[in-house]
Every structure is written in C-alpha cells, then in structure tokens.
Design a protein around this ligand. Structure first.
Ligand code: SF4
Ligand code: SF4
Ligand code: SF4
Ligand code: FES
Length: 980
C-alpha cells in the first residue's frame, strides 16, 4: 500500500497503524502511550494527525491505500501540543535530578521533540501519597501521566489483573486491586508495569538515588533544587533546562553499563539488559528478548541481590576434620588432581562420577563431560534433568525423534486449545503462563488443566480435571482410544505420517472410558467432553511438567501425551505440538551438551563407534565404550562401595535428590567429594574440597531454553574476587590432571561443539550476537528450526511412531499407616530450594518460609489452622513444618513447596523411580501427619500476593476516560488561539 505522509509517498503494510508506518520511515511523530509491544492504548492523544481533514490518533488508525496524512498541519500540531500540555499538568519536569534521566524517558524526549518551551496548563499535584510499600518498586502519583501502559501490561500481558485507573474520579490515579497499597495487593512484582512506564512514576527502588549524579541528595535539598528549576522556567523556558539535564545524562553514560544477559532461574529463557553502576544493579530492562519481550517474573526482574551477598564463596575450602579451612587455588586443585588420580589408579576411572549443572552454561556442561570422558575416562556423568525432564525427553524420543519442545512459545500462544498437565505454569514458568493467560483472556483460546491442585491456571481453565494422583496416563490413553474408536482421530495424518498404529491400538484395549473413570476418579462425561474438545480444536498444544514426569511411569505418561498429539494430527503445524516445560534455565542445554551417561553432545550415543571415533580423533584420546552411571545409580553405587569419588558443580544434590536421607548417607561414605558452587550449600557440608564459582552475571556463555533456543549471555560484572567462572575452574582441574586445555573464551568451546555435533553444526557466537538466538537443530549454514517436524519426523523414514502403552500404577500409595498423599513443586517467588532467592531481601519479606498446604476439610478433621506445626512422617523420613490451610488442595492431598533446605520435602520422598529413565517418583509419596501442640504465625504473611483481590478488566478501558465531562479531543482550543 502507499500512504502519502506530509507530502511524501510511503509504503505501508496491511496490518500497520499510521504510527508504525511513520516511525518505520524515520518520522518523528510524538506518541507517549503507544508501545510497540502493547499496541494502541489511546490515552495520551499526542499522536494526533490529520487524515483527509479529520483529526485521528495515529496509533489507532490503520494505514489504508491512498491515505493522505499530515503530521504537521496546524490542526495536528495544535492537537499534539495540547495533548502533551495535559500530560505535563500531571508530571513535574525535574529531569536533572531525576533517576529516569537516562535518554529513554518518553516524557523528556517528547518535551524536546515538540520543542515545548513553556507549559500552558500548570502542574497540578494529585492528592495522594507516594506508595513505597512494595520492596522492589514505588509509585509516585504526582509523576503519573495516566497513560495506562502499566494497566495494559498488567491486565493484558502479565494478566495478573491488579492494576486499573479510576477514570471517573476527579483525580484519577493508578490503583492496585482497586485501591489497596501495593504491598497488600495481588501484585506479584513481575515488573511489567515498571518496565513499560514511560516516565518515573513507577520506578525500581534500586534506581532511586543511584542512577543520577544529584539524585542521592537529601529529599529537602532535592525539593529545593526542583523549586529553583521551576522558578527559572518562566524566564529561560524548558529548552535551556533540558540542555542541563542532557549534560547530566551524558555524564551518566560513562558510569552506567547496560549488558545483555539471560535469566539464571527457569527455562523460559527470558533475556534482558542489566543496568549496573560498578557492582550495584540498577535495574533489569526486558525489551528485545525473543522469548519474553517486555515480560519477566519477580525473579528475573528483581531477584539478583544474591550476586553481591556477603555469603558468596571467595576462596577454595579444604576439609579439616569436621570443619573447613581456606586454601589457595593451587593447593585445592593439586589435592583434587592427586586424589582423583589415586582413586582412578587403584579402583579404575569408573569409581569416579561427575555431576554437571543445569545452572551452568552449555560450554561448561560440554567441558564437564569432556573432563569425565577424555581426561578421567568414564561415562559416569549426569545432570539434574534426571530429576525432572528425562522422562519427557524419553517420551519424545520414542514417538517423534527429538527430545525437545516441538515448537516455540509463539506456537503455544496461537493454539486454539492448550492442555496443561501436571504443571503449575503460572508459578514455575511464569512468562509462558502469561502468554496462555493472555490468549485465553483476549483471543478465545481454550484451556484444559489437569492437576491435583487448583492453582491459578486451574482456576482460569475452561475445564479443570482433578484425577487421582499418578493417573494421568490412564485418561490420556482412554481419550486416545475413544477418538480412534469413534472416528475422531486424524486418519489422514496417521496414514501419511505415523507408524505403529496397530500395535498401539491393541495396547489401548484396557483403556476404556469406564476403566479410566474408575481409576482416575474423573466422570465419563468429563472424559468424553475433553475428548470432543481435543477432536474439535484445529490446533492443540500440550504443556506438561514435573506433575507428569516425576512418577514411576513418567516416561510412559509423556509418551501417552505425544501419542495423543499424533492420533489427532497435532504436530508439524504452527500452534500445535508437545511442550515439556523444562525447569532450570539450562536443563535442556546440560543434556544437549553431553552431560549424560549414555550420550555424547547432541544425543550421540556412546555406543556408536563412528561417533566415538569422531570425538576420539578431535580429543586425541581413547573414549570409554559403555554407558556410565546416571546420578541415581551413582548414589546406589556409593552405598555399594563401587563409586568412591564425585566432582559436582552447581547442584544442591543432597536435598533435591529424592530420599535425601539416603543420598546424604551415601555422600558421607565417599572417599573424596568436590563441590563447586556460588554459596556454601547443604551439599558442601559433605565435601572434601569446595571451589568458589561465579554466577551467570559474572560469565560469558550460552544457555538453551525450553524452546531449544540458544542465547548468549554477556558478562555483566567481573567475577567477585576469589571466585571464577565454572568453565575456567573445570579447565584448571583438567589441566592439573594433565589435559593441556587452552580455551581462552567460551566461544572457542562452542566452535568445538559445533564441529563435533551435527545438531549444533551452525551455532557460533557470531550468529548469537546480542539478542540473536537459534533454536536447534541448527544446520551448518545457520538455518534453525523454531517449529520442528515441518517436513518430516526425526526418524530415518521421516515418520513418527506410536508407542504401545501399559499401566502399572503409582508406587508408595497411601495405606492405613501413611494415610495422606503429599505432592510437591515450585513456588513463584523462590527458585527450587531457594539458595539464590532467599538472598533477595524483598523475596524473603514476601515469602519467608515454606509450609505444607492442607485442605480446609482435613484441617477441620485434624483441628489445625494456618500456622499450626505438624510433623509429616513418610516411610523414608520426616519433617516438621507449619500448615497453611487453603482450598488449593483437596481432601487428603497435601502439598509442600520445595523452597527450603532446612525443611526439605525430599526428607519424605522415596527412591522409587521411573523405569525407563531412573527419574525419582517424587510425586508418589505417602505420609501421616502428627499435629503438634505449637501454633505459630501463618507461614505465608498477609503481604503475599496470594491474599490479594485482583480486578480483572480488558486493558485500561480508555472509553471511560473519554466519557468524562471534562474530556474533549485536543486541538480545538489552540486552533481558536492560533486563528485569533
Ligand atoms: S502484577 Fe504487579 S508488578 Fe506485575 S504488572 Fe501488575 S502491578 Fe505491576
Ligand atoms: S504509572 Fe502507569 S499510568 Fe502512570 S505514567 Fe507510569 S505507566 Fe503511565
Ligand atoms: S525465572 Fe523464568 S519466567 Fe522468570 S524472568 Fe527468569 S526466565 Fe523469565
Ligand atoms: S500514542 Fe496514540 S493516543 Fe497515545
């Protein structure tokens, strides 16, 4: 299309608004409330243009062929100035002493763009106090221009539905839960609102008093300076004042660094710029991340204080009796080399095990397995995907060929039906949850949730299924059978793309709807409704997590999900597919890069002579030929006396592995144990040598998110003195063992990976610069695959495989002695056991402890209340914990978050595992509950967001502003002035 803008013909795309066309062509139209990722909000009116003689908002007007647009006509200019004047009446311009004077303040920049010298409407203070109650950010009503960006972000992107604007009030402002303080509201501190605020009304507290040269002055002095500036404004105009503030901004450029990184917490893969002044983290700015855009959760946005914690390890430690003493690096590394060499010489290399970290980079995972295989000579290497993701990977290997999500987050957004099974997505993968919540709220996406708990996703769902614990496999298979039996399967897809239908159908014989209803407790009607919803939906995505995988049939249930997607033809197209949501930031990458006992990097089997030969030739060593021990088997091998030493990096294995008492007892038997971490973890207590590592902000490398998305992280801070990035430590250990490695930078490691691994053939740091990313497999020419299987499945004949099903039933079932089922999982605020997040004071304030969730019915039966101490006793151990009574859980089902190392849920869990992968059956645990006499405070303070009362609405509802008696389209008044 062609659009004539200010006399020049411009091309325009079908779906573009005028503001997009104008800015894409380098035009300088003012626009304050419009935001690329939020779209047209229409509250500010500063983007007024004249189209065919009519004043319209450029942000809300679609470009049309032949349109004639003026951005500079007297009417348009007058409207823009008047609209902006109204904004300035809501905002005190004191840029020089403002922490937001960083070159990106929309109000400042628009003042300059419109060459405002004097404002016609005077500033009017609003009759409200600044709200400082939230630990992470504050709201200053006097600076709030009522643009509504924050409301749009909270209502429609994050979909926490906390914010609104009281347009009908004489003095509108942003409200939390309709009028609560921020601290007592439902705000989850995700930071979306702060990120999109175009001025300083919402600001990170870590910025306040830190960003500017003059902003740390005392409040009274600051006020004096603001008064002086305001005093001279009538004489000098804003032009001169803005020049001063721009000089101050230029000075800031020399001391504020902006560095791109990737989040260290979960595997959504949010990326953002971190603004730092020396070691002070000023703020986290998400904007360009391919997975997240403007989105973060509280951890990624505000959870970084741990980096500067006084608890950081800054020197190697060597065991000295029952304590540790500081040692030099040389002493510690020499000791490690000597002891590992001795054990290898006397007991063989397979007496040593290596545990890599899903928090570390791909390059570090690669080096760890290279150390195990090429330097020590063992395949005993694993990572914590064994604890969560291995069954999902197995299910996908069996059926479609690649062990990763079959598409991208955008596919999940596009789906007509999303099914979430065993995943508390809103807390464990918050930014992916925002996409589902938003599509569900705004675009008619349907949502079915199967879970034991009625968590946020369950409450939002169109259908919430609550099957008996551990029975998802049964209803999935019954639905698949029902669809096949009733002609509702996608037979064209099955004929063309899928093998194994006959054997699979035979295996489904026991899975009738009646039998499924009996085993799962779901009604026949419910199951039938779910079957028809799936059959009718054009595009279905299934999301699942540890509620599926951490069972004795975790691999089979994951397989059942993929089977069902094949039966209904929900692969190979955008908006469809299988999405096992990976947990840790780099749990996908840790396995991808070979920290597995059976696979070299890129899932190349250690059994394959051709593969081994390729690595042997590159590494110039002979490699071990037989599969090594996984981390579950390593623990057994220690007890059996065959495994004598472990080198473990970045894993809190002593409490996150199942049956923690058994694991701890094993670690006590080790002859030699090296633990490398950022803090002195629980696991360090068992160590002989502790090595101080650097967290992600202090290193370079790549992470691979749940979307198979490989992204670069850049070094934000120098490693804290005394600590080192893990890749450097692993290299030093290897070299003390005589390896002779000489990597100068992780990019060299990635080049080596690419040269040896077809899956990553085209991966290079150059192709990953800045916010660029690649979703594996990556061909040598750099072509990646955001959506897998678009041409064929990843098997030699290109066809997928239906995998036969059987039902065994869960282990560790409740009985007369252990009468309650205890489930466990993550919390929004804390990551895993909380070693990092408890060192963030704001998170600690909001969520200081763990608890056990008890249903109201069970609480009444046992006579307990929130805060009552109880003792949970399983067949394997016990914990003492406070109860939280909540209807999120039902009947005799309990839930314990895993956010505590002192009260670790894994003191209760067993050593039962998934048969195919050895992933512990964490979710199959029975306990009895002794109610103790002691009653304390509720473990969840009232200031936690879970006690808030959201106020859902569709965005900022600007129509309510337009209905105000004092509102009129801007422009007419000034036109009258000009005409006069
Ligand atoms: S939940 Fe809180 S931090 Fe997140 S957008 Fe809403 S008000 Fe802002
Ligand atoms: S607080 Fe919200 S409404 Fe106020 S200026 Fe910031 S984004 Fe706009
Ligand atoms: S924890 Fe996950 S969802 Fe939250 S910011 Fe980090 S990557 Fe994103
Ligand atoms: S940018 Fe168009 S109304 Fe605000």
């Amino acid at each position: 299309m062609r659009v004539r803008i200010d006399g020049i013909d411009r091309d325009a795309r079908q779906d573009e608004s005028l503001v997009e066309v104008i800015t894409r062509h380098g035009g300088s139209l003012p626009h304050v409330c419009y935001h690329v990722q939020l779209g047209a909000i229409q509250t500010c009116d500063t983007c007024m243009v004249e189209v065919n003689g009519q004043l319209v908002r450029a942000c809300a007007t679609a470009a049309a062929d032949g349109m004639v647009v003026s951005t500079v006509s007297p009417r348009a200019s007058a409207a823009q100035v008047e609209a902006f004047d109204r904004i300035l009446s809501n905002h005190l311009l004191y840029c020089t002493v403002c922490d937001n004077n960083n070159g990106n303040c929309t109000v400042h920049n628009t003042t300059k763009l419109l060459a405002i010298d004097h404002q016609r409407m005077p500033f009017r203070s609003k009759p409200y106090e600044v709200d400082n109650t939230n630990p992470f950010y504050r709201y200053d009503p006097d600076q709030c221009i009522l643009c509504g960006r924050c409301v749009e972000a909270c209502q429609n992107v994050e979909v926490n539905e906390t914010l609104s604007i009281n347009w009908e009030d004489p003095n509108p402002r942003v409200l939390w839960d309709g009028g609560s303080t921020i601290q007592e509201s439902s705000c989850v501190s995700c930071g979306h609102c702060v990120t999109v605020c175009p001025c300083n009304a919402l600001m990170e507290k870590s910025m306040l008093g830190h960003a500017g040269f003059f902003t740390s002055l005392k409040k009274s002095t600051l006020k004096g300076m603001i008064d002086i500036v305001k005093g001279v404004e009538p004489e000098t105009g804003y032009g001169a004042i803005l020049q001063v503030s721009e000089a101050e901004h230029a000075m800031r450029e020399h001391r504020i660094r902006r560095t791109k990184t990737v989040c260290t917490y979960c595997a959504v893969g949010c990326s953002f710029d971190v603004w730092t002044k020396d070691r002070h983290i000023l703020k986290v700015v998400p904007e360009h991340g391919p997975a997240n855009g403007i989105s973060t959760c509280v951890k990624g946005k505000f959870g970084w204080d741990f980096v500067n914690s006084r608890d950081r390890l800054t020197t190697p430690l060597v065991r000295h009796g029952d304590t540790f003493r500081p040692a030099t690096w040389d002493e510690a590394l020499s000791l490690i080399a000597r002891r590992l060499s001795d054990i290898s010489a006397t007991s063989g290399p397979d007496a040593i095990g290596f545990i890599s970290s899903s928090k570390c980079t791909n390059e570090e995972s690669y080096l760890m397995q290279k150390l195990a295989r090429a330097v020590i000579g063992t395949n005993n290497v694993d990572n914590c995907s064994r604890y969560c993701q291995a069954p999902a990977t197995m299910g996908l290997f069996r059926t479609v060929g690649y062990g990763g999500d079959s598409g991208s987050i955008t596919d999940i957004e596009q789906a007509d039906l999303v099914i979430v099974i065993g995943s508390n997505t809103a807390e464990s993968h918050p930014v992916i949850a925002t996409r589902v919540k938003s599509s569900h709220k705004l675009n008619g996406q349907k949502l079915i949730v199967s879970d034991l708990r009625e968590h946020e996703m369950a409450r939002r769902a169109d259908m919430f299924l609550h099957p008996k614990p551990g029975t998802d496999l049964v209803w999935l298979n019954a639905i698949a059978r029902y669809l096949l039996d009733h002609g509702l399967a996608n037979s064209a897809f099955l004929d063309r793309w899928v093998n194994g239908l006959d054997e699979y159908r035979k295996s489904l014989a026991p899975f009738t709807m009646a039998e499924a209803a009996r085993i799962t407790g779901l009604s026949f009607e419910t199951l039938q409704n779910v079957a028809h919803e799936i059959a009718q939906a054009k595009r279905v995505c299934v999301l699942w997590a540890m509620g599926v995988t951490q069972h004795n049939q975790g691999s089979d249930t994951s397989t059942a999900i993929s089977n069902l997607l094949l039966v209904t033809g929900n692969y190979m197209r955008p908006g469809t597919g299988a999405y096992p949501l990976r947990g840790h930031n780099n749990v996908q990458g840790a396995s991808d890069h070979g920290s597995m006992p059976n696979n070299l990097p890129g899932y190349q089997s250690v059994d394959d002579p051709e593969v081994r030969a390729r690595f042997e030739s590159a590494w110039r060593v002979a490699l071990p030929k037989t599969k090594g021990l996984d981390n579950h088997q390593m623990v057994d091998a220690i007890h059996q006396g065959t495994l004598k030493a472990i080198y473990l990096i970045g894993e809190e294995m002593s409490i996150v592995d199942s049956n923690a008492n058994y694991v701890g007892a094993a670690f006590e038997k080790l002859e030699f144990f090296v633990v490398q971490d950022v803090f002195f973890s629980e696991t360090c207590r068992f160590a002989d040598v502790v090595l101080p590592a650097s967290p992600s902000l202090e290193k370079e490398g790549t992470f691979t998110s749940t979307e198979r998305r490989i992204q670069r992280l850049y070094q934000v801070l120098e490693p804290l003195e005394g600590s080192l990035p893990d890749w450097r430590i692993i290299q030093r250990v290897a070299n003390h063992l005589g390896a002779g490695w000489s990597y100068q930078h992780p990019s060299e490691v990635m080049d080596e990976i690419a040269s040896l691994t077809p899956l990553f053939a085209g991966v290079s740091y150059k192709r990953l610069e800045g916010y660029k990313s690649l979703q594996w497999p990556v061909a040598a020419d750099g072509t990646d695959e955001p959506l897998l299987y678009t041409k064929h499945f990843a098997f030699p004949d290109g066809k997928a495989r239906l995998f036969p099903m059987s039902w065994v039933g869960p282990t560790d079932q409740p009985d007369a002695q252990f009468d309650l089922h205890v489930n466990n999982g993550r919390l929004l605020e804390h990551f895993h056991e909380g070693n990092l997040t408890y060192r963030v004071p704001g998170i600690r304030e909001k969520t200081p402890d763990t608890w056990v969730e008890v249903s109201p019915a069970l609480a009444e039966e046992r006579g307990l209340q929130s805060g009552t101490w109880v003792r949970l006793i399983s067949r394997y151990g016990q914990v003492r914990v406070r109860a939280l009574v909540t209807d999120r859980v039902q009947g005799r089902e309990l839930y314990m978050p895993m956010n505590s190392s002192e009260i670790a849920v894994n003191r209760l869990t067993s050593s039962h595992t998934d048969a195919a992968t050895n992933t512990p059956a964490y979710k199959e645990t029975s306990v009895r509950m002794d109610v103790l006499a002691e009653v304390g405070e509720s473990p969840l303070p009232r200031i936690n967001s879970r006690f808030g009362h959201p106020t859902p609405q569709k965005g900022v509802e600007v129509e309510r502003k337009w209905k105000r008696p004092d509102y009129r389209i801007p422009g007419t008044q000034f036109l009258r002035v000009i005409n006069r």
